[in-house]
Design a protein around this ligand. Structure first.
Ligand SMILES: *[C@@H]1O[C@H](CO)[C@@H](O)[C@H](O)[C@H]1NC(C)=O
Length: 365
């Protein structure tokens, strides 16, 4: 069968149209930079020798493409992957330490972004003492400045500023600082009131966001703290009820964070942000699980002991058959299913889940 020229031509234009459409649709921002803790770590901690906050062993990754552990604290993908996918990337940007540990360090950093997130990290440098070793937020920003310098080298200063001003800066942090405060033998709780503590968390984060702005950041995706008192590790081992004190102070922190962001926007030129309320989304999962396809909101999927929260998800632990109906993968972290629904909710979502705009609106802002 022969096509005439005109048929060929329209077919060619059809292909061109499909290609161009997909291309422009594929990548909505020039780059994504990810900062934070184990909720978004995609493998930085694999490069830390003595850290206890590691997930580079089974049963982590059991539902990840290839079924292998990657360092993600999840049965599959995490929130960083899903945000990246929605923005049009194939996956989360690569871990910073995977790039700098390559033998040939002549390679420039990928122009599409880098992930600095590290399991166990907190807003405060001391928070990671709980896990022996992690990359605290302040250190993550130091790593970012290296990438920034490289970008200026690659593109020149003004093109780098334009590039960064359109890029997403995702910051998922604070849960570990909260865990540190509410752990049973906490010295912090003796030295400071919870209100002082959450206020100082907000203030410390504000300084970090200003520093990022100084190094070109304009569009921030900032998450609050989730309902940490309801994660399997924090539930009362006897009654299985949520730790209401931890939840109350997570909400107070989130309120302080929202107020701070509002003020910061008027302070920092060109700043736009989407505040993402993890707490409200996860509270919905726990209150009306069936709406989201969940049947198990208390117990972890992988671990040992009551609520599978007495021993973490390590190779000797058992894991549930149905990962789709569990909110929690292990004693601290959500399943891939919960992370996916969370990102769906905040990417195109409305208030109170995303304030003052959702992530998709932030991209075009
Ligand atoms: C768990 O609940 C029991 C029964 O209400 C209570 O006696 C105990 O103090 C609680 N434990 C914690 C850690 O809150």
């Amino acid at each position: 069968m022969a096509y005439n020229f005109s048929q060929m031509n329209s077919f060619f234009f059809f292909l061109l149209f499909v290609f161009c459409f997909n291309f422009s649709d594929a990548q909505k921002v020039p780059a994504m930079y990810v900062f934070g803790d184990s909720l978004v770590d995609v493998g930085n901690n694999n490069y830390l020798k003595i850290s206890l906050a590691k997930a580079d062993f089974r049963h982590n990754g059991i539902d990840f493409p290839g079924g292998t552990p990657t360092g993600r604290f999840s049965n599959g993908k995490n929130a960083a992957d899903f945000i990246a996918e929605k923005v049009g990337f194939v996956a989360s940007p690569p871990p910073y330490l995977s790039l700098v540990s390559k033998s040939s360090n002549s390679d420039a950093f990928p122009i599409t972004g880098v992930s600095f997130a590290s399991g166990g990290a907190g807003i405060f440098d001391g928070t990671d003492e709980l896990f022996k070793q992690s990359i605290p937020l302040n250190r993550q920003v130091v790593h970012y400045t290296t990438v920034y310098d490289d970008l200026v080298q690659q593109l020149g200063s003004s093109a780098a500023q334009v590039h960064l001003s359109k890029s997403l800066f995702t910051v998922v942090i604070g849960s570990n600082d909260m865990f540190e405060f509410f752990k049973s033998d906490s010295d912090l709780a003796k030295r400071t009131t919870p209100q002082q503590y959450v206020d100082s968390m907000v203030l410390a984060l504000k300084r970090v966001l200003k520093r990022m702005h100084y190094f070109g950041a304009r569009k921030y995706v900032i998450t609050g703290i989730g309902a940490v008192g309801c994660c399997p590790s924090q539930r009362n081992q006897t009654t299985e009820e949520c730790n209401e004190e931890a939840n109350t102070w997570s909400v107070k922190y989130n309120e302080g964070l929202k107020t701070m962001l509002q003020g910061l926007k008027s302070e920092l030129k060109g700043m736009e942000y989407s505040y993402v309320d993890v707490y409200k989304v996860f509270a919905r999962f726990i209150e009306t699980p069936s709406t989201y396809g969940f049947t198990e909101v208390k117990s972890a999927c992988c671990g040992l002991g009551n609520l599978k929260a007495q021993i973490p998800c390590v190779p000797i632990s058992t894991y549930c058959f149905n990962r789709r109906n569990h909110v929690f993968w292990d004693l601290y972290h959500p399943t891939e299913a919960a992370a996916r629904i969370f990102v769906d909710t905040v990417f195109y979502g409305t208030q109170p889940f995303a304030i003052p705009m959702n992530v998709n609106q932030l991209i075009t802002a």
